[in-house]
Design a protein around this ligand. Structure first.
Ligand SMILES: [Zn+2]
Length: 321
């Protein structure tokens, strides 16, 4: 997997800078196996640390956000069967290595699917997520192998897949998508910290077990909204097509899939929630507003279609349980 991260590093905006990640946070027993791969750590560092500080300097973070967050570092941990990111209050944010790799695979699946067939561009992605959701926590599925198999089933030879994914234009697109998924994920976790959800979580955990799910889900929706608002503010500076919103959809769908599969979830802190996806979709479309150009109109339609696709996928996985 190392070569994948090396390729990704080439497009990082600050890769040439002397910015080096601080030592990973020591999460003790909560981290089964700390991942020290410098390339994987450099990628998370660029988004989690460098990007957040850039937003703080540009005055794009909500009041108090940076103050509460500036001392928080991160660590990547190989916690088999976790596939999650967690804010550990008072310590830092823990990213599961399997999740980081899986997000990259999803970015590749979305771009590869588009190269294979524009009208059926989501097929490869859908197959990857469905097969991933079906695996047990101990299965060491290689998502990149699944992608190749899925492409072969659609009449593309392994050699063609290899050529396609080594094309610089392809790589640029998948890397951009990977970085925006990490961007949303980092902001979501930092929003939990900024909104002092640790205190509220302690209160929620005093409630009887059956009453905890709903207020926990509310915390997730608040963190999503906070992260979306930050991304929107950032994007509105450039008036670019908000590709970041694809990152939002990928992360929310991933967490919903993972949490809806008990085999993949250690604790049910991210309850299965198509509602969460629905709220995010509405928020994104609200940001785009009334499209004033053909490009904006196409963009809104694509976001809407993508959100609907993810919802269909989640509904199927729910039924399959
Ligand atoms: Zn969360």
């Amino acid at each position: 997997m190392r070569s994948i991260f090396v390729a990704l590093l080439l497009v990082l905006p600050f890769a040439q800078s002397s910015s080096v990640a601080a030592a990973p946070v020591d999460f003790g027993a909560a981290c089964d196996s700390p991942v020290t791969n410098p390339d994987a750590n450099a990628i998370v560092h660029e988004v989690f640390d460098v990007k957040t500080e850039e937003l703080a300097k540009a005055g794009l973070l909500p009041p108090g956000f940076w103050e509460r967050n500036k001392d928080y570092g991160f660590a990547i941990c190989d916690n088999p069967g976790s596939y999650d990111a967690n804010a550990i209050y008072g310590k830092g944010v823990m990213f599961d290595y399997g999740l980081v790799v899986f997000l990259f695979a999803q970015a590749r699946a979305l771009i590869l699917g588009r190269y294979i067939s524009a009208p059926r561009q989501f097929d490869v992605f859908t197959e990857l997520v469905a097969r991933f959701a079906d695996q047990g926590p101990d299965t060491k599925m290689n998502p990149f192998q699944v992608l190749t198999e899925s492409a072969v089933e659609r009449g593309v030879s392994p050699e063609e897949v290899r050529k396609t994914v080594s094309d610089p234009a392809f790589q640029k697109r998948e890397q951009t998508l990977m970085l925006v998924t990490m961007y949303f994920l980092s902001m979501h976790e930092r929003c939990h910290i900024a909104l002092d959800h640790g205190t509220r979580l302690a209160e929620i955990n005093k409630l009887p077990e059956p009453e905890r799910a709903k207020p926990k889900q509310d915390l997730e929706i608040e963190a999503d909204r906070c992260a979306l608002d930050i991304i929107n503010k950032d994007e509105s500076r450039f008036k670019s097509s908000p590709v970041s919103f694809f990152g939002v959809l990928v992360v929310i769908a991933t967490q919903a899939v993972v949490s809806s599969r008990p085999a993949l979830s250690r604790e049910n802190s991210h309850p299965s929630t198509r509602a969460r996806l629905k709220i995010a979709k509405a928020r994104v479309l609200e940001f785009i507003g009334t499209p004033s150009t053909q490009a904006a109109s196409n963009y809104a339609a694509t976001i809407s279609a993508t959100a609907d696709l993810f919802d269909t996928l989640l509904a199927k996985l729910e039924v399959a349980q």
